[in-house]
Design a protein around this ligand. Structure first.
Ligand SMILES: [Zn+2]
Length: 354
């Protein structure tokens, strides 16, 4: 079977899909455990269900895509009702997965699968397992029953013991291109579909803010954060526009002031957006095809970066990152913002030397 016919339900992540497809089709490279890692909203659970279904699909080898999504095994797995695909989560309110949860699991793994040839455990937030829990899991990983597969969902596998990682190859979910995030969001969220036709600029801004994560985009479109994100992005763009011209302290202040008296967290997020925008402008200066993470419109980035020298962009970026770092370490919001404004002004004053 052609590896391109595998995982039709996974967007992007071509290299990952091809590698898994090879493992699953040949069977020889298949591990008893994988860590599926990436940011929340990056499609880790979708990937886990797809792997489970690909392993158990009743129509494997029939020329249909793998998983087919239609056979009883696939349907049950995608609906979350297969008795042989078991999801393990943190107990309510707990910050970690403790030893008791893994002890129960270790007893359960020896019960043969009900319907399928494999028994698959999806462990959510696996990187929150305590060291004790990980060591207990390791005992099973060292001598797993042949039918057993663990899919460990994690934000960062570095938080897990090396002994686990050496037995569980990492599958790292890659950020999706903005056009793919836009397509998924418009399919999954009525509000996204509405904004795509009625408020195109704000729509594209939210897509960029989701930073390659379809799950995050849907959360933003459906949640309460949307307007704050849009306002922050407008302020960050305006900051870049003003800072590139010679010393406009008053104008800079009008952009930053609303954030200087509000929540520190919002101010830090604004500075994060400004950093990202400045990073885009510096990249755009070097290459017209550099992937942008803040600007949805490359022409806008091109026009803005034409007003800057590279050294000024870098000086502004450094000042912004320094201010953000201070805010994250609980510095006074008003003072930090004021200092950044002064730094931006002085970078502007040296325009002709840059
Ligand atoms: Zn199937």
């Amino acid at each position: 079977m052609n590896t391109e016919m595998c995982f039709p339900g996974i967007k992007g992540n071509d290299a990952l899909r091809a590698r898994l497809a090879r493992d699953i089709i040949s069977g020889s490279g298949l591990a008893h455990a994988y860590v599926i890692e990436g940011r929340p909203g990056s499609g880790r659970r979708t990937m886990a269900k797809n792997i489970a279904a690909a392993l158990c699909c009743e129509r494997a080898g029939s020329g249909l895509p793998l998983p087919c999504g239609e056979c009883p095994a696939c349907r049950k797995i995608f609906a979350g009702i297969s008795p042989d695909v078991i999801t393990v989560t943190r107990e309510d309110g707990k910050a970690s997965i403790g030893i008791d949860t893994i002890r129960d699991l270790r007893t359960d793994v020896h019960v043969m699968p009900n319907e399928l040839d494999s028994k698959i455990y999806i462990i959510e937030d696996a990187d929150t397992m305590t060291a004790q829990a990980q060591n207990a899991l390791l005992l099973t990983l060292e001598e797993p029953p042949a039918y057993l597969v663990f899919l460990l969902i994690a934000e960062n596998s570095r938080n897990m013991l090396e002994t686990i990682r050496s037995r569980a190859p990492s599958l790292r979910m890659q950020p999706l291109p903005p056009e793919t995030v836009a397509a998924i969001a418009a399919e999954s969220s009525a509000e996204a579909a509405r904004m795509r036709t009625e408020d195109r600029n704000a729509f594209r801004g939210i897509i960029m803010a989701a930073d390659g994560s379809a799950g995050r985009a849907i959360e933003l479109f459906e949640g309460k954060e949307k307007d704050a994100v849009t306002a922050r992005r407008a302020a960050a763009t305006e900051f870049c526009r003003i800072a590139c011209s010679r010393g406009h302290g008053r104008e800079l202040l009008s952009v930053l002031f609303p954030y200087s008296s509000g929540k520190r967290d919002e101010a830090a997020k604004l500075l994060g957006d400004i950093s990202l925008a400045l990073r885009d402008l510096a990249l755009q200066k070097k290459s017209e095809t550099a992937p942008l993470r803040f600007f949805a419109d490359r022409d806008e980035a091109e026009a803005l970066c034409g007003e800057y020298t590279l050294s000024r962009l870098i000086a502004l970026y450094d000042a912004t990152e320094k201010a953000r770092d201070l805010l994250l370490r609980n510095a006074n919001t008003r003072l930090t913002i004021f200092n950044l404004m002064q730094a931006a002004e002085s970078v502007g004053t040296h325009k002709n030397k840059g």
